[in-house]
Design a protein around this ligand. Structure first.
Ligand SMILES: [Ca+2]
Length: 271
């Protein structure tokens, strides 16, 4: 091959490489190297998205089923996912559905997710059930709870509070305040079924925008957890209850603090 031909070949290979990366980017919603589906963990119409603790696209069909069952739900059907999508459920991540189908719900067309289409992006019934995806679960018993919160301060409560929470609840609260600010969490009331290692019911705090990284702690019992201040401008709270024994629930307040307020807070705590 001539020198010129070799160079052209290399250039072509590079172009194909870039194209493959771009295609991945469009299909799976990578942005600045971060999977931005992780912010969409809230539930809608009883449907919610889960990924493996190991991360994105790690669940076989069997494992996906187990994840939903563990939380008292079942795999969502295509119709349940569509019903959730119609009230705004938008997730940029393909997950297992009932009967081995795979897809994800797109509300707003975007170039980086869903091939610019709106609707359920349907990968069809998978022949190979060992493929690894995320999962969409359905749990009609779960009360509406969680969500994305961007107010500078807010009170958050367990589902049904001040009544006792019910069995088989799962809630994610994603808190995002102004860039450069941090989030101070302060508990006002706390009563969650007590159990060794809080395996039955618990509230978990994550110092990140998802429940995959930044694990801070898991809490149960009736002692108020200590205040917590995030390292960045985002935080995630996750509440889970199992299939028996409930308790009073919790009430907490979060406040967005800037660096000078933070300095005062820290000064107070040491004085
Ligand atoms: Ca329980």
């Amino acid at each position: 091959m001539s020198h010129c031909g070799l160079r052209a070949m290399r250039a072509l290979t590079a172009v194909f490489g870039v194209l493959i990366v771009l295609k991945e980017t469009e299909a799976w919603g990578y942005k600045n190297g971060i999977l931005h589906n992780s912010i969409w963990l809230e539930q809608a119409a009883g449907v919610y998205h889960r990924e493996s603790r190991k991360g994105r696209y790690q669940l076989t069909y069997k494992e996906a089923k187990a994840v939903c069952n563990f939380e008292g739900g079942t795999l969502a059907t295509f119709d349940q996912l569509e019903a959730a999508r119609q009230i705004g459920f938008h997730v940029c991540a393909a997950g297992w559905l009932d009967k081995g189908r795979v897809g994800y719900p797109i509300v707003k067309a975007g170039s980086n997710c869903g091939f610019g289409k709106v609707g359920i992006i349907d990968y069809g019934y998978r022949l190979n059930k060992s493929e690894r995806w995320d999962v969409y679960c359905y749990n009609p018993v779960a009360k509406e709870c969680g969500g994305v919160h961007t107010d500078p301060e807010k009170v958050l409560v367990s589902p049904g509070y001040p009544d006792e929470y019910q069995d088989e609840q799962i809630c994610y609260w994603h808190i995002r305040v102004r860039f450069g600010h941090r989030i101070r969490l302060h508990f006002l009331d706390f009563d969650i079924e007590e159990d060794t290692d809080c395996l039955s019911d618990h509230l978990e705090i994550y110092d990140s925008y998802d429940d995959v990284s930044g694990f801070v702690g898991r809490y149960c019992g009736d002692q108020l957890p200590d205040d917590f201040i995030s390292t960045g401008n985002v935080m995630t709270l996750k509440f889970l209850s199992d299939s028996s024994v409930t308790a009073g629930g919790f009430k907490l307040q979060y406040i967005s603090v800037n660096s000078s307020q933070l300095f005062d807070l820290l000064a107070d705590s040491f004085s």
